[in-house]
Every structure is written in C-alpha cells, then in structure tokens.
Design a protein around this ligand. Structure first.
Ligand code: A2P
Length: 395
C-alpha cells in the first residue's frame, strides 16, 4: 500500500487499527477504523483518546467519508485522519479541505496514479499557485492585489471570504466589482457584489461554487494568505441613489443575490432614508440560508448600526424545495400577498415602497414584470424610480 500526504508518498509506520466495537485499551495509543455510516455519538466521548482514525471509502463516488471527516473535525477531533480506499488524485485536495491528513491507497492504484499525479495536484494545484502571487513588477496597474484574511464554507456549495482593502478603494453599498484570480498568463475576473459595508476595513464576498465554473472551481480553494485581484472601478444599480425617497425599502434576493444587500443593511443612511427595511432571501434549501441568518444577527448586534437595524430591519428567509419558513417562491408570496400578511405589514404600495431585486435571471425577469404591473417605475442613477435590479447579473 502507499500512503499519500501533501508531501507525496511517505513511508507508513505499521499501525494497529481497532474496530469501534472492539475492547479499547485503557491508554491513549488507540487507532480506529470507521465505516462511513458510523453513528458518531457512540464514540464521541472517547475521541480524545484516539490518535488516528481511518475512514473507509468503498468507492471513489461515495462521498460520505468526506462528510464524516468534516463532522469529526467539527466535533473537535485533533488527531490524524486517514482516508482508505480507491480515491483518485483529483479528490485529494478536497479530502485535505475536509480535514484528512492522508490517503491510503493499494499498490494497484498507486501504480496507476503514481506519486507525480498526487503531488502535481498538491504542489501545482491552483490552491498552491495562489499562495505565490506575481512579483510586484509583473502586476497590472489596473488591479488591486489583496490578501485573503478569512474563509468560511457553507456546506459544499457556498462560501464567503474576506480580504484586505486598499485605502484608495471606495464604493457605495450595493455595488459590484470585477474580482478574481491572476496567475502568470491567466486572469479570470467575474462581477461580484461587495458584501461588506462601505466603511469596513476589509472586503467581503459571498460566492457559489459553480460546477465547472472557470473562476469558482479555483476560487473555492482559496485560503488565508492567498491573493485575489480586483478591478479598481466599482459600479452597480442597487445603490441608494437609484431609488426615490420612500417609507419602506424592500430588498428581495435569491441565492447569492443576498450579497449587495449584506452591504446595504449595514449602511446607516439606509435607515435614515427609510422607516422600515424588509430583506427577503429565498433559497432552495434551509442550509443555504445560514449566511443570511448569521448576517442579520450580526448586523443587529453591531456596535455601529445594530440599534438602527434592530428597530427597522425585518428579515424573512424562505425555502422552496424543503419545508422551512414557506414552501413557495417569493414571486408567489408577493402576488398572493402572503409576504405582507406573514410579516404583519401593510400591503405593497407603489407610492411609498421602494424595491431592489437581486437574484437569478429568471427571478429578476419575473419580479420586474410583477412590480411594473403593480405600478412601480424603473430607477437609475440619472432618473431614480421606485424599483431597481442588477443588470450585470441578468443581461
Ligand atoms: P425553485 O426551487 O422553485 O427553483 P437558484 O438556486 O436556482 O438560483 O434558485 C434560488 C431560489 O430562487 C430558489 O428558491 C428558486 O426556487 C428561486 N427561483 C428561481 N427562479 C425563480 C423565478 N423565476 N421566480 C421565483 N423564484 C425563483
């Protein structure tokens, strides 16, 4: 057998692995084998005595071992984690991010996928290239090169990260910027709403991991210390200047469309201009609402804007494909009036309500039709109106 670590194939000292049901010795020299469907509660209180856990992968298509590794790390397991089974080298980086230290493969697999495959993936992977940014002389004058300071993953599909912020980088809450990655010879930039407040010292972005997405398949591996790039100019329609004064501001988002509103709800001017701010976030599944739930809680507890937000911000998260707050689309909740009755607020009123929309193309197109039909007028910086959406994510 071969043992693969970030350093490549390494010699492995023989370890005697026990099964969960075996009698465990009284000391701390314990290594155990876990099936990927084990009930963790049965061993949770003994984990601190275990130095190595080996998790079985019956096939490379069975991802339960990855979830188990994450759960063990989440519960505070600090010992060594080994995956055993027919994993392929492409899965190695993911295994590491789930908390594994090493992968045990049999000789046949080691012959088919020699050390160079695993090392290439580890050493020359994008993740590693990211941590060796271009030399200052190779950098472009149009871009800021910023360091990642924090990364948080939300399940397998979503993540947020923070970066340093250049002193000269200014933006209005709700705007987006072209952001991405640059290595020698390649630069991939996409429009990303800035999720942090206009006055924050850092910049925050919230992203989905688009399957096979040119940028996010690389960006999802970023770690603290890596370098991202930003265009210097920001723009966007979801800013206070595009809507007329009014009484209530509705911020309707789906999926990662929450990001510009994450910035807006931290802006004191929003609460000065509107009596009430109603943020809706609709996702397919409950766990996709984790980001917005945490966000709203943090904003309401914030030293600077917390008092205003606690008094004036109303949040409604909803899901469409899993029982949650509702099981319907936001478009349905608006047209049926359930949104307003659920929240105990007055019905929609084009005279005094202002609306911002950020979501997928489908939801934006449908909402535009609903609000136009209800008498709302499209706003822009030159001609503020009663509703706006982000064109960059739709056209
Ligand atoms: P649904 O589950 O019914 O498709 P996505 O992940 O595809 O961006 O979707 C995010 C959320 O937006 C989901 O809850 C999805 O509902 C909803 N959604 C997608 N398209 C529309 C639309 N045209 N009108 C209203 N809601 C939509």
């Amino acid at each position: 057998m071969a043992l693969v670590t970030e350093q490549g194939f390494v010699p492995s000292a023989p370890i005697e692995f026990l099964n969960v049901d075996d009698a465990w010795p009284a000391d701390d020299s314990i290594a155990i084998d876990l099936a990927n469907d084990v009930n963790l509660e049965s061993i949770e209180d003994k984990l601190n005595r275990v130095h190595t856990i080996r998790i079985d992968f019956p096939s490379s298509a069975d991802g339960r071992g990855f979830s188990l590794a994450k759960a063990l790390r989440h519960k505070g397991y600090k010992g060594r984690l080994r995956a055993v089974g027919p994993l392929i080298s492409d899965q190695f980086r993911y295994a590491l991010t789930c908390g594994f230290d090493e992968v045990e493969i049999n000789d046949e697999l080691a012959a088919r996928q020699p050390e160079s495959h695993w090392k290439d993936f580890g050493q020359s992977s994008y993740a590693n290239k990211l941590s060796s940014p271009l030399a200052p002389s190779e950098r472009s004058d149009d871009l800021y090169y910023e360091q990642v300071t924090e990364v948080q993953h939300y399940g397998d599909d979503l993540f947020r990260f923070k970066t340093t912020r250049p002193d000269s980088f200014r933006f209005d809450a709700g705007e987006f910027v072209m952001m991405g990655l640059e290595t020698r010879g390649t630069r991939i930039l996409r429009a990303y709403s800035i999720a942090s407040a206009s006055y924050d010292e850092s910049l925050e972005f919230y992203s989905i991991k688009v399957p096979d997405g040119e940028l996010t398949k690389k960006l999802k591996w970023i770690k603290v210390g890596d370098t991202i790039v930003l265009k210097k100019k920001t723009t966007g329609s979801l800013i206070l200047g595009t809507v007329n004064p009014g009484k209530r501001l509705f911020l309707h988002s789906t999926g990662t469309g929450i990001a510009p509103f994450a910035s807006l709800i931290k802006e004191p001017a929003v609460y000065e201009q509107f009596e009430q701010v109603i943020l809706t976030h609709t996702c397919r599944f409950n766990n996709e609402l984790d980001y917005s739930r945490e966000l709203v809680e943090a904003v309401k507890a914030d030293e600077y804007v917390g008092e205003l937000a606690s008094a004036q911000l109303v949040f409604r998260g909803s899901t469409t494909r899993e029982p949650g707050v509702t099981n319907s689309r936001i478009t349905h909740d608006i047209t049926s009036g359930e949104l307003y009755t659920d929240l105990g607020i007055a019905p929609l009123n084009p005279e005094s309500d202002r609306i911002m929309i950020c979501g997928s193309k489908g939801v934006t197109v449908d909402m535009k039709a609903i609000f136009a039909e209800a008498g709302f007028t499209q706003g822009s910086l030159n001609r503020p109106g009663s509703f706006v959406w982000e064109r960059a994510f739709v056209d």
